[in-house]
Design a protein around this ligand. Structure first.
Ligand SMILES: NC(=O)c1ccc[n+]([C@@H]2O[C@H](COP(=O)([O-])OP(=O)(O)OC[C@H]3O[C@@H](n4cnc5c(N)ncnc54)[C@H](O)[C@@H]3O)[C@@H](O)[C@H]2O)c1
Length: 419
């Protein structure tokens, strides 16, 4: 048995069935897997992956392994690991996995160390915890790294800040910045799965409820759009005037969070920021307000302020804790303020992760194909790769689109024709 630290290998059978179920909705990744297995371009390449350990991630990992890669996996969040999937990857795929749902901070970082101990040539990260660990505590491994990929908005922001400070030691492809990633995964994936997390934790009726969405980025747009579909009244809060204007013209009410606190029944933060729901908001919310976060880190709700205001707390349901405040009012915190879609539900549906992970697999190939040619900077995948993924996805959905005629191609790229 390969080296591992998972909750229980007895869960492997259930994990395998769920991985196979996800695979049915991941035809683009399957096409890439079939090609990589035939050509083995990743032969012998050591990869350390820090990702949410879900059934979709399992399909990416076996794709890379079939391409010849020697992969190791740890979790990118202490609460997002699906223990049955982790067990199946170890037992059925022979992949070393270090991830246990509910692990504390110390064990979380010990698991990152285990993934790094592999001496990777490629890193695959979600949130940049693995990359920042390498740059702070394991610097001796940096010269051996060809490149890395980053899955999410917050990770890309951290890496760009490392690049700007001149400390990034190797090239990284920002998978998040591909159109076939952020327009679908962040919007439709986070939109649907965040509501799924709220529903599983509360069994709330959205129809008629007032839902406050903090942040109208790609994720926030998705949450607002899907909740409207279920009949909720939506309030959006923003700090960016263009995004706020867009929310207004999309038909949502827009106001300051402190004003929204008089009305909101449920609050979802999706900003990537810190203390968005702060003490002043917690004290202004209605009795029984439900708060949760779907941004990458559990920094968006000021949990220290909530703890200071709390007289007692009790778990009402799984991922649903009621805080009784000293004032006598109640605030319900879901999933400890961590990604509600992954901690209280199963994360994004495989149908969107198909595109995100197609980008991941092709980004790894791109990095290896350009070995020695890239600088230690954050790169976007070439537009051609995005278009290829979209074309493949459409084909698997049975959709055919028109092609430019030679006349049209010449016309839309010229300046001569006018009125
Ligand atoms: N839950 C998931 O599975 C999942 C999936 C993808 C991304 N994410 C994470 O979700 C977060 C948002 O990602 P995104 O792609 O939507 O980013 P984005 O940059 O497109 O949008 C974030 C928005 O939040 C706004 N904002 C910042 N501070 C704010 C504040 N104090 N109040 C109100 N609005 C504020 C910004 O102006 C911006 O419009 C990131 O942390 C990202 O990593 C989570």
């Amino acid at each position: 048995m390969v080296k591992h630290d998972v909750a229980s290998l007895r869960l492997a059978g259930e994990g395998r069935r769920r991985i196979e179920w996800a695979a049915k909705s991941m035809p683009v990744v399957a096409t890439i897997r079939e090609r990589l297995a035939r050509t083995r371009p990743l032969r012998g390449v050591k990869m350390s992956c820090c990702l949410h350990v879900t059934s979709e991630t399992a399909n990416l990992l076996v794709t890379l392994r079939d391409g010849g890669a020697d992969v190791r996996l740890c979790a990118s969040n202490p609460l997002s690991t699906q223990d049955d999937v982790a067990a199946s990857l170890v037992r059925h795929s022979g992949i070393p996995v270090f991830a246990v749902n509910g692990e504390n901070r110390q064990r979380y970082y010990r698991h990152i160390d285990e993934a790094i101990a592999h001496h990777p040539a490629v890193t695959i990260d979600d949130g940049a915890d693995l990359v920042s660990t390498l740059h702070s505590r394991r610097r001796e491994l940096l010269p051996g790294i060809v490149g890395g990929t980053e899955e999410t908005t917050t990770g890309v922001i951290r890496l760009r800040s490392m690049e700007k400070a001149g400390v990034l030691a190797y090239p990284i492809v920002a998978v998040n910045d591909s159109q076939t990633k952020f327009m679908f995964d962040n919007r439709y994936g986070t939109g649907q799965s965040s509501l799924d997390g709220i529903l599983r934790a509360t069994n709330l009726l959205f129809a008629g409820s007032t839902l406050v969405v903090c942040g109208y980025g790609w994720c926030g747009r998705g949450v607002a759009m899907k909740a409207r579909g279920l009949g909720a009244n939506i309030i959006v809060t923003e700090v960016n005037p263009v995004r706020a204007l867009e929310a207004r013209m999309d038909g949502f009410r827009v106001m300051r969070l402190v004003d929204a606190c008089r009305e909101g029944d449920v609050y979802v933060t999706v900003t990537g920021d810190i203390n968005v729901i702060d003490r002043q908001h917690l004290v202004a919310m209605k009795d029984g307000a439900i708060i949760c976060n779907s941004g990458h880190f559990d920094t968006e709700i000021n949990k220290v302020a909530l703890a200071a205001l709390t007289r007692s707390k009790r778990e009402l349901r799984r991922s649903c804790v009621e805080h009784t405040l000293r004032s006598g009012r109640h605030i319900i915190l879901l999933a400890e303020g961590r990604l509600v879609n992954l901690a209280a539900a199963e994360g994004h549906p495989a149908m969107v992760m198909d595109m995100s992970f197609a980008n991941q697999a092709l980004a790894v190939e791109y990095l290896l194909g350009n070995r020695g040619k890239l600088e230690p900077r954050v790169y976007k995948l070439p537009d051609g790769i995005d278009a290829r993924i979209a074309t493949l996805k459409l084909r698997t959905m049975g959709t055919t689109i028109d092609k430019l005629t030679p006349e049209q191609a010449a016309y839309i790229s010229s300046w001569q024709s006018g009125t």
